[in-house]
Design a protein. Structure first.
Length: 305
């Protein structure tokens, strides 16, 4: 599939990293053309933003994945990715932009291809994919049972994920945000989404007032604005997704009893002068893609029954 010419990149993928050299190498590999199906480096660019890491990535460690990979270090004391995302989008040249807020998320081999298909199939697309946690359960629970980076390394080594990325479905669990599964409607938070770049800019991008570590509810806030506009063709990609590696994340890798959601809601109220009540999902999404065998167990319970 060749959707673009070398001087007319269609999709810019912005991915943010903070102190995650281990996770970045896997994430970036899953975004390269050796792994992504039916694409060339002319079809898309990957903009890797290091968000003020103490142990930053290097330009060499990013650009080794292909000529379409670009690296930028953002000098900042902020623990929120909001400014880094906006900075990355400001560097993008694609007609569309895709965002991975948490750089610890590996993706499946057809995600970029199917996202490009959806972006070009609809007049006003907002495209998203479901999310998983690597491991036998959500990581907020498995870390209490000793799941850590060493065990995750062993788990990933047990499958040939570089040659068959759909094997990630065999060693993962749906994230809480995607718990309804495929054909279960919109996820409550999008760990991967794609949108026309001009729309992202017109909306003002991510709200940089969200300064909680990890961004707090900045993703939810952005999704809320998307749904409020009511002009989008919402698209959920089938049979593809993102997979969270354990790395000590402030929300994904803490016991549920210590989850900072209450402080996230307090920040949201300070910013918007109203409480956070979740998102309104009256709109029914469109679906695009196919279902590899390993992904079919994640069809929604309604469909399976």
């Amino acid at each position: 599939m060749s959707t673009t010419s070398s001087d007319n990149t269609m999709l810019s993928i912005v991915v943010v990293f903070h102190n995650m050299c281990r996770e970045a190498q896997r994430t970036l590999y899953t975004l390269c053309t050796d792994y992504q199906l039916d694409l060339s480096h002319q079809d898309y660019e990957v903009i890797a933003i290091d968000n003020g890491s103490d142990e930053p990535l290097t330009k060499t460690s990013v650009q080794m994945f292909g000529p379409n990979f670009k690296y930028h270090f953002l000098e900042t004391d902020s623990m929120s990715p909001a400014g880094a995302i906006n900075f990355g989008v400001s560097l993008a040249v694609g007609k569309f932009v895709a965002v991975i807020v948490d750089g610890a998320r590996m993706v499946t081999p057809g995600l970029v291809r199917e996202s490009l298909r959806a972006l070009q199939a609809y007049s006003s697309p907002f495209v998203c994919a479901l999310a998983w946690h690597l491991g036998p359960d959500v990581q907020n629970l498995t870390i209490l049972e000793g799941y850590d980076q060493e065990r995750e390394d062993q788990l990933l080594d047990s499958i040939n994920w570089r040659k068959n990325g759909y094997g990630l479905f065999d060693i993962s669990t749906l994230a809480q945000s995607s718990s309804k599964g495929f054909l279960g409607g919109m996820p409550s938070e999008c760990s991967w989404f794609a949108i026309p770049r001009s729309d992202f800019v017109e909306m003002g991008g991510y709200d940089e007032r969200f300064q909680s570590p990890g961004g707090g509810l900045v993703n939810h806030d952005f999704m809320g604005r998307i749904l409020t506009w009511c002009q989008y063709d919402l698209v959920v990609i089938l049979g593809e997704g993102s997979f969270h590696q354990v790395h000590g994340g402030v929300a994904t890798n803490v016991p549920l009893i210590e989850h900072p959601f209450s402080s996230f809601k307090a920040e949201y109220q300070r910013i918007h002068n109203k409480p956070y009540h979740g998102l309104n999902y009256r709109a029914v999404p469109n679906y695009l893609g196919s279902m590899p065998v390993s992904a079919r167990k994640f069809l929604s319970k309604t469909v399976l029954n």
